[in-house]
Design a protein around this ligand. Structure first.
Ligand code: DUC
Ligand code: ZN
Ligand code: ZN
Ligand code: ZN
Length: 486
């Protein structure tokens, strides 16, 4: 079926223009002024609205087995929540369970994702190092369409990997044309601080935050950047929440390193005073890692989005019910870490970022969609309104208003960390590969409509660091002792 979106302003990351958009089947087939309406095509009026590429959330956890429970939104409800808020693609973390190989985990995730209502892709987690992982990484990149590998530098005794694993894996990423990602927190320091607090009877959710200060994130970010540089691989740092980590990324980029940083909508807009709430449930619902930070860090993150030293805004959507959070009533270490946000990411960023004049609509598109598509290598199939791209389109009404409330959300949990936030600017219509998937927040997309988005290895220039290293590699000096003369 064909349709034309008429009379709106098409907003891409690089330019805004008055243009119509012609969609045929699942694809955008023309973008231009006053397009002729083909016989039989429907006309959709977008007067006064912005026509933008569907959002991409580069960081989610659906139906994730974690901390003794399973996150509450599965691929169906997580992607439906996403669509209701203008996000048409998620990139989920595929994390092998204990004893499970990467390829087995990948197959598990493919099965779990069959119920997705919107498109999805994966990052694979490296949770240990051996020959099996070395081989699986090649299969994952070359046969399974995943070019990003995640490493947890925290969660000691569970997902955490040591520097030894980081360096092995980062070198392998460089060889395969893949990108390394890290959850940057010094897990050893966190584990000791947690024990110190618990040993003194300090078991409330506020101590979750105190045991993970910005310094643990800054240290790990710097360490990962240096290790990636020595391995000659690109690095993407997830959930950058503080000035220290942002500065590490800025410095690295200024020195020519390919390092990317992803703040979350939560860290941009919510702060650590939430953990001081006298209501235990209220505080525990906001427990995630890294924790919400003192307000001053937000300025650094917003500045990073403006300057381009931080490139994308994600959610780390990993939702748990109040009941699940209560697993940690007597010990903050047992509160499942994670918050939701998929349906709120774009509207909250628009209200707090565009309406305030911090970001232009083009920058909004860049950080919610285009930059993810480019950094993760699925551009221009995703992340842009142009001929040949998937028809993932949001018609954005800048005048529409709403107050966020758990009572009207799509996510399956019983609260919303953005409860009460007033929004101006909302998705009126959301198309997923040419189908109307949500309208004024109401989801029309069906379970199973989503497809897997394969992402190819990065082309050679993205491996420039490795090439540079090879050119300047140490050479043996020919002498009688202490060297091998070829
Ligand atoms: N942090 C969270 O809060 N949840 C999921 C994993 C993570 O790193
Ligand atoms: Zn080793
Ligand atoms: Zn993380
Ligand atoms: Zn995460």
């Amino acid at each position: 079926m064909a349709f034309v979106i008429k009379g709106g302003t098409v907003v891409n990351a690089d330019i805004s223009e008055r243009a119509d958009v012609l969609v045929d089947g699942e694809t955008i087939v023309a973008v231009g002024a006053d397009l002729e309406v083909p016989a039989g095509a429907e006309v959709i009026d977008a007067a006064g609205a912005y026509v933008m590429p569907g959002g991409i959330d580069p960081h989610t956890h659906m139906e994730f087995q974690f901390m003794g429970t399973v996150s509450a939104d599965d691929f169906e409800w997580g992607t439906k929540a996403a669509l209701s808020g203008g996000t048409t693609m998620i990139v989920d973390f595929c994390i092998p369970g204990p004893g499970q190989s990467m390829v087995e985990a990948y197959k598990d995730w493919r099965a779990k994702s069959e119920k997705a209502a919107a498109d999805y892709s994966y990052h694979l987690a490296v949770t240990h190092w051996d020959e099996g992982v070395f081989d699986d990484m090649a299969a994952i990149v070359n046969e399974h369409g995943v070019n990003t590998f995640k490493h947890f530098m925290a969660y000691k005794g569970a997902l955490m990997v040591e520097d030894d694993v980081l360096f092995h894996s980062f070198k392998r990423c460089a060889d395969l044309g893949a990108m390394a990602m890290v959850h940057a927190e010094n897990g050893e320091v966190v584990a000791q601080l947690q024990e110190d607090y618990m040993g003194r009877g300090m078991s409330g959710p506020e101590f979750h935050a105190y045991s993970r200060p910005p310094e643990v994130e800054g240290e790990a970010a710097n360490r990962a950047i240096m290790i990636a540089d020595m391995a000659g691989c690109q690095l993407y740092i997830v959930h950058v929440s503080c000035k220290e980590a942002h500065e590490a990324i800025s410095r690295a980029r200024a020195a020519g390193k390919r390092v990317y940083g992803e703040p979350l909508i939560q860290h941009l807009t919510l702060d650590e005073t939430d953990y001081h709430n006298v209501d235990w449930d209220y505080a525990a619902r906001r427990v995630m890692s890294p924790p919400f930070r003192p307000k001053k860090h937000q300025e650094s993150l917003w500045t990073g989005l403006q300057a381009g030293s931080l490139q994308v805004v994600a959610t780390d959507h990993c939702s748990f019910t109040s009941e699940q959070k209560r697993m940690g009533l007597d010990d903050f270490r047992k509160i499942p870490n994670g918050t939701g946000g998929l349906e709120d990411r774009m509207p909250v960023l628009w209200s707090k970022g565009v309406n305030t004049g911090i970001l232009t609509p083009n920058e909004f598109v860049a950080v919610t969609s285009t930059n993810s598509a480019r950094i993760l290598n699925c551009y221009p199939r995703k992340g842009v309104i142009r001929k040949g791209a998937d028809a993932d389109i949001v018609i954005w009404d800048p005048e529409a208003t709403k107050t966020i409330s758990a009572s009207s959300q799509v996510s399956r949990i019983d609260y919303n960390v953005f409860e009460g936030v007033e929004l101006k600017g909302l998705p009126a219509k959301v198309f997923s590969r040419g189908r109307l998937a949500a309208e004024n927040g109401r989801v029309l997309a069906e379970r199973g409509w989503g497809t897997f988005v394969a992402r190819k290895p990065f082309p050679a220039p993205a491996r420039a660091l490795a090439t540079f290293k090879a050119l300047t590699a140490p050479r043996p000096i020919a002498r009688e002792h202490g060297t091998v003369v070829p």
